[in-house]
Design a protein around this ligand. Structure first.
Ligand code: GLN
Length: 484
């Protein structure tokens, strides 16, 4: 059961090999057995999940089954789900029960998917190792002494440990692709605006985007068929015809032009990781692709630019947590100002406070031009680099992360080292482009991911290119020993 794809689970439900209640109970039992060792979930509510499964069985009985009907999916704790605690990994929202569904959640509900629980994450999605969560760090099922990546580390660990068939995640600077890479999964960050952000707790609004975390490209395509689409409730959601990401997923890729950016293979990349990426490139050559060298000359500026823009937006977004309307409020205070200050001092963790301080600084009247405005200009240059690159290739290939999963605690005290984890992923968010990470091998028994970056709205193509790789390789089928 734990190795079945979403398609096979869907078939099994259709042929009545098992019911949704049985399937959900099966995965709830897996959670009982394994979640305590990896801490992948913040909220598990068996009664709620089983009630949803019962409802899904009714839908199937009536003959209205959709691809994901009756299948348990874990939801990152950044998505508001009515009646479920939605904490975003923060003490600030530890007592917050969402009064409404985010669009992503309502789309899963509409097709009768089962919510198996809310997954652990870095506080307000700030982090690359899942060590900033108020609920404790998540452990990587491949080696529980190492991090799963972040910020969607709970979703990644849950899928990698086969505690759930698939999960949702979000990516502001790499939070789908980097944990997918470190946990041996396929994760897709879609084009900005393709998936609605309504009800998804905001970190940096011009960068945040939700996507799937799965074993395979085919599973990601099935998830995208549910998650994507225009939403009038999100003003940045894009109005365009809905695609079926499964159509064409096995089309031949002969003649495909793959661009390899030379800047992605310089200092900082682990030489063993580099070898694995090169083996992946050779695999594509064998499959009929043409490889061309390209350049993304401003990529080295993406981390500094991101750490101006993302904190600026975060400082504004997080100003709403003031102890007045919802969330945490300090116990003792004499006046309103003291209530604000103590609430935010006690409710936010260290990394979140660091970002709020950087953000307010770069937006302040005296420094706005020097930092924020400058960063926005360089952001444009980074987008232009991609535009030029796509004149010479159909897709860009490189590493997803500079290394494999690192030991818990190793980078926690050094934010700059931690920030380097996203050196290959952040530019994609700054440009609003789609990016995918998929397993390409093991180094010291830990997974290594290949990243594919496409032009705007090329998700179907990216999933196709990844699927062809997966039809010819076996890396996506590997599982961590203790979770088999
Ligand atoms: N690691 C990056 C950060 O800490 C990206 C996080 C994300 O994509 N949510 O901000």
């Amino acid at each position: 059961m734990i190795n079945l794809s979403l398609k096979e689970l869907s078939e099994g439900l259709k042929q009545k090999k098992f019911s949704s209640v049985e399937l959900t109970q099966f995965f709830l039992n897996r959670l009982d057995l394994h979640n305590s060792s990896i801490n992948a979930f913040i909220t598990i509510d068996k009664d709620k999940s089983l009630a949803m499964a019962k409802h899904s069985d009714e839908i199937i009985k009536e003959g209205n089954q959709d691809y994901l009907t009756g299948i348990p999916i874990a939801q990152k704790d950044i998505f508001c789900a009515e009646g479920w605690k939605t904490s975003c990994g923060s003490k600030m929202l530890d007592n917050f029960i969402a009064p409404y569904d985010s669009t992503v959640i309502s789309k899963f509900n509409a097709v009768g998917a089962v919510n198996l629980g809310k997954t652990n994450m870095d506080e307000f999605a700030m982090g690359s190792s899942n060590e900033t969560s108020f609920y404790g760090n998540v452990k990587n099922p491949w080696d529980i002494k190492t991090v799963p990546g972040g910020s969607s580390g709970g979703s990644a660990a849950a899928v990698a440990g086969r505690l759930v068939p698939a999960a949702t995640a979000t990516d502001t600077g790499g939070s789908i692709r980097q944990p997918a890479s470190l946990c041996g999964l396929t994760g897709l960050k879609p084009t900005y605006g393709l998936v609605s952000r309504y009800g998804m707790i905001a970190f940096a609004s011009s960068l945040d985007q939700a996507g799937p975390m799965c074993h395979t490209a085919e599973d990601c395509a099935a998830m995208m068929n549910v998650m994507s689409g225009h939403d009038p409730k999100d003003s940045t959601s894009i109005q365009r015809a809905k695609e079926n990401y499964l159509t064409g997923i096995s089309d031949p890729i002969k003649g495909l032009k793959i661009g390899v950016p030379k800047e992605f293979f310089s200092e900082g990349l682990d030489p063993e990781v580099e070898k694995i990426i090169e083996r992946g490139i050779n695999e594509y050559k064998k499959l009929g692709a043409e490889i061309v060298e390209i350049s993304l000359p401003n990529n080295h500026l993406s981390i500094p630019v991101y750490y101006v823009i993302a904190p600026a937006e975060a400082s504004s977004n997080l100003s709403r947590y003031d102890g007045v309307r919802y969330g945490y409020r300090t116990k003792e205070y004499d006046d309103l100002m003291e209530m604000y200050c103590k609430t935010r001092e006690e409710g936010f963790g260290e990394e979140v406070k660091r970002r709020i301080m950087i953000g307010t600084y770069v937006l302040s009247a005296g420094y706005y031009d020097a930092y924020y405005l400058k960063a926005q200009k360089i952001r444009r240059l980074i987008s232009e680099d991609f535009k030029k690159a796509f004149e010479n290739c159909d897709v860009i290939l490189g590493p997803s992360a500079p290394s494999v999963a690192f030991p818990i605690g190793e980078k926690k005290e050094d934010p700059l080292k931690m920030y380097m984890q996203d050196v290959y992923t952040i530019s994609t968010n700054l440009a609003g482009l789609p990016g995918l990470s998929m397993p390409a091998g093991l180094m010291n028994e830990l997974p290594v991911g290949i990243q594919l970056i496409g032009n705007y709205f090329s998700e179907a193509k990216l999933l196709n290119i990844a699927n062809i790789f997966q039809m010819n390789t076996d890396w996506h089928n590997l599982s961590p020993e203790e979770f088999k």
